[in-house]
Write a protein that binds this ligand. Structure first.
Ligand code: PSU
Ligand code: MN
Length: 330
């Protein structure tokens, strides 16, 4: 009771009605004015994650990439909404100072669904993963979310049960996630099986159904479907929304050919890094950041350059999809 009294009336209202967007100014979620206006006017908005900033890339590449991605989204005619947690508040849309803070912070946590209650209760800050970002995007009504790559079933996941919460989130939250597929640090076959079990509609963007493996255009696996262009993708998302499904859509955009050249060399480095992680006994939430950093070192930055290139491309494609969707929904 004492704790409840301590909460602001806004927060209590939010909890008691279980509708955290009843007032957009409550303490849990803060929506940036540019995002709020775009949503109110039914203009296209693209949600962006921030674990890639806090844990996925080194400073200052993380900050420059985050800013470039936002600029690409704007150039395509949509409004960027980078999601992150700042001192216990989930921000949807970050100012330049807030982006800078997360990019430099050494204390920022990696925030997935399971971390949200703790991080908020303690007033901490962190980068939201795909799962954390999907929750925020859904709460405020943004159906399109762009990232680099999603988490998946880790190699040996059948024994460790290390399955990213991104996959279960896609099974329970109706958001379209635009990514370059799944990294070969993961077990791609099992990841696709798990997505099917979770009821996630997976489609490759383009002429082929080949499912991309982040640094390479092909993983050796295929998506059940493909969509040819932004309009087809938008119709797919519109169907997901109209059906009232609770599950989401995964749109897999192959890395542009000109940046896929180093794919094989990077895959070799991934194999080395995965073995190192196992030998060092690195587990849980630390696995993905460790492997990303080692692969960047082992490839002397080539993986980082490819990573940046594919995120730029995803931002462009995702924004075109968001624009097509808002046209289609008019
Ligand atoms: N893959 C990347 N870069 C990233 C991530 C994945 O190439 O930054 C981040 C994303 O935020 C993703 C998260 O949601 O890692 C998945 O972490 P885990 O495997 O611990 O679920
Ligand atoms: Mn994990």
């Amino acid at each position: 009771m004492k704790m409840l009294k301590k909460l602001s009336s806004g927060l209590w209202r939010c909890i008691s009605t279980s509708s955290c967007m009843s007032g957009k100014y409550d303490r849990l979620f803060k929506v940036h004015p540019t995002v709020r206006e775009a949503l109110a006017e039914h203009r296209p908005v693209v949600a962006l994650e921030s674990t890639i900033i806090t844990h996925g890339m080194p400073y200052p590449h993380n900050l420059s990439t985050a800013k470039e991605v936002e600029a690409i989204v704007r150039a395509e005619g949509a409004t960027p909404a980078t999601v992150g947690v700042l001192e216990g508040t989930v921000h949807v849309g970050l100012s330049s100072e807030e982006l800078d803070f997360l990019a430099r912070s050494k204390m920022a946590l990696k925030v997935s669904r399971r971390d949200l209650p703790y991080v908020i209760s303690k007033g901490l800050s962190g980068g939201t993963t795909v799962s954390g970002t999907m929750i925020a995007a859904h709460k405020v009504g943004i159906p399109v979310f762009v990232t680099g790559g999603i988490g998946g079933v880790h190699r040996d996941g059948e024994n460790s049960l290390d399955v990213s919460a991104d996959l279960t989130e896609l099974g329970r939250t109706p958001i379209a996630v635009v990514s370059a597929g799944v990294k070969s640090i993961l077990d791609i076959g099992r990841t696709l099986e798990f997505l099917e079990t979770q009821g996630v509609c997976v489609a490759t963007y383009g002429k082929s159904k080949s499912f991309p493996a982040f640094f390479s255009t092909q993983s050796g696996f295929t998506s059940p479907y493909n969509v040819l262009n932004a309009e087809e993708a938008a119709k797919l998302i519109a169907s997901m929304l109209s059906l009232g499904l609770e599950s989401g859509v995964l749109l897999a955009v192959p890395i542009p050919e000109e940046h896929a050249a180093a794919g094989q060399q990077i895959d070799y480095a991934i194999q080395v890094a995965v073995d190192e992680a196992r030998l060092k006994g690195i587990g849980g939430r630390d696995v993905t950041p460790f492997i990303l950093q080692r692969v960047s070192e082992l490839t002397e930055g080539q993986s980082l350059q490819a990573n940046i290139a594919l995120i730029h491309n995803n931002a462009k494609v995702g924004s075109q999809i968001a624009c097509a969707l808002s046209e289609y929904m008019k």
